[in-house]
Design a protein around this ligand. Structure first.
Ligand code: NAI
Length: 784
């Protein structure tokens, strides 16, 4: 097109960004790359091609890592970790600051390389990805600076294996690397096989600005290399972003290994438009929600839920706007939609759309020759259960449905196995803020979409994974309590003696406690509880899988507890404490009889249990959440929400205090619990539910089972109605819990056979608060 023609048509002329410097960098390496280990590139080895998806051209040859390469990278990270962790926070802060400056100085080079490799429009890599990368390193330079003052009692997790996807290659690196380095961890990172170049450039430049060797290592290759990292015994934590399918595999592979794990997985995020929304703004928002990065965004607003009265008008506006989107050479500064990352992904999108039962709309936009392009697509008329309404398409494809009432909007929005993000559009702030807490999502945007910042936690609930990236909560994913816990010896029930002592009056046979009622176990079995002195103390019921199911259903039905005020929860927990204190003598006698402890020691346990209830009553109305100052028009609220239904195996060694220490923080934060009492000493649990019964606790908030931890662990951890499982059992059940939890990706908090001093400060504290809550980040317009 010549200048005259441009003036006549007012069409945009091509305005391609100069890719010379990026190509010069590739050429400087001869177009071939090894891994980046211990501060330098290794010799290139068995190669695979990295292509430009907009043209199909090979950009570089990358090396598929071998076991030996992964070994070398982990060894380098391990060797560097001690010194990096011992460096002062200020020293690490200076390095992170240097990385932020380095990104800014090379911003255009990074942006162009990213666009060449990934196919995303240069407008996005230049104006969104790279500035956010720099922001992340600045923010975390600050976290490193404050480390000693603000993260007392914590230490770095250690060597981290980080596996990232191809949709935001450099940004995902930043999200993973910046908090890890700030915390004092070292890293072995594997970029996605389609998009490794910006990570290699980053590592090279990081070394140039003085990052100590071994602190950041990059190995390239496909999923097999990811598997090697996941399996490596000298890695302390895995952080993964990618598909739910691979996330589940990683959960299974790390089960029982003691490795920490955070997963940021897929989504099918709802985009809710109420009839009083500013429809033009909502259309523009939608362009951002689903056509940003060709829809290859884990939190893409891919499910439009629009109120019936405005649906037709909204769809018409949307179709018109879709016709104006510009699709083409991603390096062109005027382009809205670039290339899909790889032919494999393109075919997947084509296949899914071709199989659609709905009405498919695509604007008449011509596609460039040769590359991986797909037109923006709107599909209407689908049933809520349609696979396209439920499954992640991960492309520029929007599906749409309608609703009549706000309640129906919430129901449709939550009708998903995912729970990553949601957008709400309404000019009525009351309505928007009424709906936000009802959505099962880790992030909610009010009259906005796809806003991200280093200060605001990001991550999901349900099968969208667990753990948060960004903000204070994101730092905790790279820290752990600084204590050396001793091994926990298995504590078995006292066996029946050969010559039992005569019974001292027959005791009642306690039952299970489900839904606020005392129920016989489904199987009708019970077992004897003997004192160490050879006296039969009581029978206890033995719960089975059906009892687990009944208890979980009772807990689910008590959902109103999550909405009770902190003040009310506090009052009830104080009341439990008061009623327990009244019966100190009785509880102490029971503990002494069961465990053989002295009377004084048993009384101390009861007294500490009362005190601990006070602690959690105190916290019930004080775990406030926060307001994050984000550099945008608005604020991000960090709301601490209960996790949901928590299944917990109580400590064996402290029959009353252990149970109280697990129950109280969970219910104080609004969760419902299914507790499995100490297997060795179950009677204190049976005594306690009588206290609960007289303390105004609604039925179903606390359910108590008794039985074999090993037998109940797979049932509780595998139950789809359970959102998190904790274990402080002395039985070896951590592995089976983590494995079974993979089904619906529950959060787990297990002891891996390590003891905890329940009488001391380890028996309470913020660790419990963090496990009992999940941060929901709600972005709201605020100020000018
Ligand atoms: P993926 O989950 O297979 O890949 C993500 C990363 O995991 C890559 O670095 C890959 O090499 C690595 N990986 C693959 N298998 C592994 C294993 N068994 N163990 C350890 N690491 C492994 O995603 P993929 O295949 O590239 O995309 C498939 C679908 O996944 C997409 O269509 C999309 O639906 C979803 N996805 C979601 C993302 C998100 O941000 N939530 C990002 C990328 C993909």
């Amino acid at each position: 097109m010549n200048l005259r023609e441009i003036f006549e048509s007012m069409e945009y002329g091509p305005a391609a960004e100069d890719d010379g410097p990026a190509r010069a960098w590739l050429a400087r390496h001869g177009g071939r790359f090894g891994h980046f280990i211990a501060g330098r590139f290794t010799e290139p080895g068995a190669a695979f091609a990295s292509r430009n998806p907009a043209t199909g051209e090979v950009l570089a040859e990358l090396t598929q890592a071998s076991e030996a390469d992964v070994e070398a990278a982990v060894a380098a990270a391990r060797a560097a970790q001690g010194r990096w962790a011992r460096a002062s926070g200020h020293e690490r802060a200076r390095h992170l600051y240097a990385l932020a400056r380095m990104v800014q100085k090379n911003a255009r080079l990074f942006a162009v390389l990213e666009t060449l490799d990934n196919g995303k429009p240069i407008r996005e890599s230049r104006d969104i990805d790279v500035p956010l990368v720099a922001r992340h390193f600045y923010y975390h330079a600050g976290m490193a600076q404050l480390a000693e003052a603000e993260f007392g009692g914590l230490e770095p997790v250690g060597v981290c294996g980080q596996i990232i996807p191809w949709n935001f290659p450099l940004l995902m690196l930043a999200w993973k690397v910046a908090p890890a380095l700030a915390a004092g961890c070292t890293v072995v990172l594997k970029p996605a096989e389609y998009t490794s170049l910006s990570a290699l450039l980053f590592a090279e430049l990081a070394a140039e600005v003085g990052l100590p060797m071994g602190v950041l290592n990059i190995v390239t290759g496909d999923g097999a290399v990811g598997e090697m990292i996941v399996a490596h015994p000298d890695i302390d934590k895995i952080a993964f972003t990618g598909s739910t399918e691979v996330g589940r595999k990683i959960r299974q592979a790390t089960a029982g290994s003691g490795k920490a794990l955070t997963l940021e997985l897929g989504g099918k995020s709802p985009y809710i438009v109420f009839d009083d929304a500013d429809l033009d703004s909502a259309v523009e928002g939608l362009v951002d929600a689903i056509w940003f990065n060709q829809g290859q965004v884990c939190c893409a607003g891919s499910r439009l839920i629009v109120q019936e009265g405005v649906a037709e008008r909204f769809h018409d506006k949307l179709r018109r706007r879709m016709g104006e989107l510009r699709l083409g050479n991603p390096l062109d500064k005027c382009i809205d939609i670039g290339a899909i990352v790889d032919p494999v992904q393109l075919q997947r999108i084509e296949r899914m759309v071709a199989g659609s039962a709905g009405e498919v709309f695509q604007p008449e936009i011509s596609l460039p020759e040769g590359g991986c392009f797909f037109r923006p697509t709107l599909i209407t008329g689908l049933e809520p259960a349609d696979p396209l309404m439920q499954e992640e398409i991960f492309g520029p494809v929007l599906v749409s449905t309608t609703f009549r009432t706000p309640a129906e909007a919430v129901e449709l929005a939550n009708n998903s196995r995912y729970g990553l993000a949601a957008s709400i559009w309404s000019e009525n702030v009351n309505l928007a803020l009424d709906v936000a807490p009802k959505l099962a999502a880790g992030v909610v945007w009010v009259n906005a979409t796809n806003l991200f910042d280093a200060a605001a936690g990001f991550g999901g609930v349900r099968e969208s994974g667990f753990g948060r990236e960004g903000g204070w909560e994101g730092m905790h994913a790279y820290l752990k309590p600084a204590r050396r816990a001793r091994a926990l010896a298995p504590l078995r029930p006292v066996p029946a003696p050969e010559s039992p002592k005569p019974e001292e009056g027959i005791d009642r046979t306690p039952k299970l406690y489900i839904g606020g009622r005392q129920l016989r176990p489904d199987g009708g079995y019970s077992r004897e509880v003997w004192s160490p002195r050879g006296r039969l103390l009581s029978m206890v019921p033995v719960a089975n899988r059906k009892d687990v199911r009944n208890a979980v259903e009772a807990a689910a039905a008590a959902a109103g507890w999550a909405r009770a005020t902190g003040h009310l929860r506090a009052q009830i927990i104080y009341y439990i404490a008061e009623n327990l204190a009244e019966r100190t003598g009785e509880f102490a006698a029971r503990i002494a009889a069961m465990t053989g402890a002295s009377r004084a020691k048993a009384e101390a346990e009861v007294a500490r249990a009362v005190e601990r209830l006070f602690t959690w009553a105190a916290w019930a109305d004080k775990h406030d959440g926060g307001v994050r100052g984000v550099p945008l028009r608005g604020v991000a609220l960090a709301m601490n929400e209960p996790v949901g239904v928590i299944g917990a195996f109580c400590p064996d060694e402290a029959p009353l205090l252990g149970l109280v220490s697990v129950m109280a923080p969970a219910i104080a934060m609004g969760n419902r619990v299914v507790l499995v009492a100490s297997e060795a000493y179950p009677l204190s649990a049976a005594d306690l539910y009588q206290v609960l019964d007289t303390s105004d606790l609604p039925g179903g908030v606390v359910n108590i089972l008794m039985g074999s931890h090993a037998e109940l662990a797979p049932h509780l951890a595998g139950h789809l109605g359970v959102d998190a499982v904790w274990s402080f059992s002395s039985s070896d059940i951590s592995g089976v819990i983590e494995r079974e939890a993979a089904g619906n990706l529950k959060r787990t908090w297990v002891n891996h056979g390590r003891a905890r001093d329940w009488m001391g400060p380890e028996g309470e504290g913020r660790e419990f608060l963090r496990a009992a809550t999940e941060v929901k980040t709600v972005w709201v317009p605020y100020g000018e």
